[in-house]
Design a protein around this ligand. Sequence first.
Ligand code: KMT
Ligand code: NI
Length: 172
Amino acid sequence: MRAYWYDNLPGDQREPHDSGNIVSEDKLASLGVLYKHLPTLEAVDALAHERGYKNRDQVCVSPETMGAVYEEKVKSFFSEHLHEDEEIRYILDGEGYFDVRGQQDEWIRIALRKDDMIILPAGIYHRFTTDSKNYVKAMRLFQDEPKWTPLNRDAEVDVNPHRKTYVDTVLK
Ligand code: KMT
Ligand code: NI
């Protein structure tokens, strides 16, 4: 895992966009974003159990598995959104970037690879993309039924109760 401030320069979303300024794990934790390197599925199971997660699925995001809809899918993952539930993602293979908004609404890019896990709190604005290798296999974990509908950022979502709770309790 490597986290850094996104450079905000034009160019494909799958390029690194690395400003060279590192963001620490502590800084991520202050946003409610938890990172863990979990080398085994047993470790994933233990964490899922500890946090009361009951369901999971797997997605493989690549042109080989998705065909013509790949580019569309990658664009939709990259539109800024939040979820009303905590989001856990575990990288089984390949690489990908999760971008999360910092205190001042600036983008932080988190580069994840195999065996990396990220926990994003409910209500945080974020987006996801594959990198220039165009391949990631990820496990998505759900506390209960898969309720991970992305709510794209707009004026209405800005006042969503889950967003408000995040802003009032974590960003405060
Ligand atoms: C999300 O909610 O942002 C995602 O699940 C992205 C795809 S998981 C590799
Ligand atoms: Ni999401």
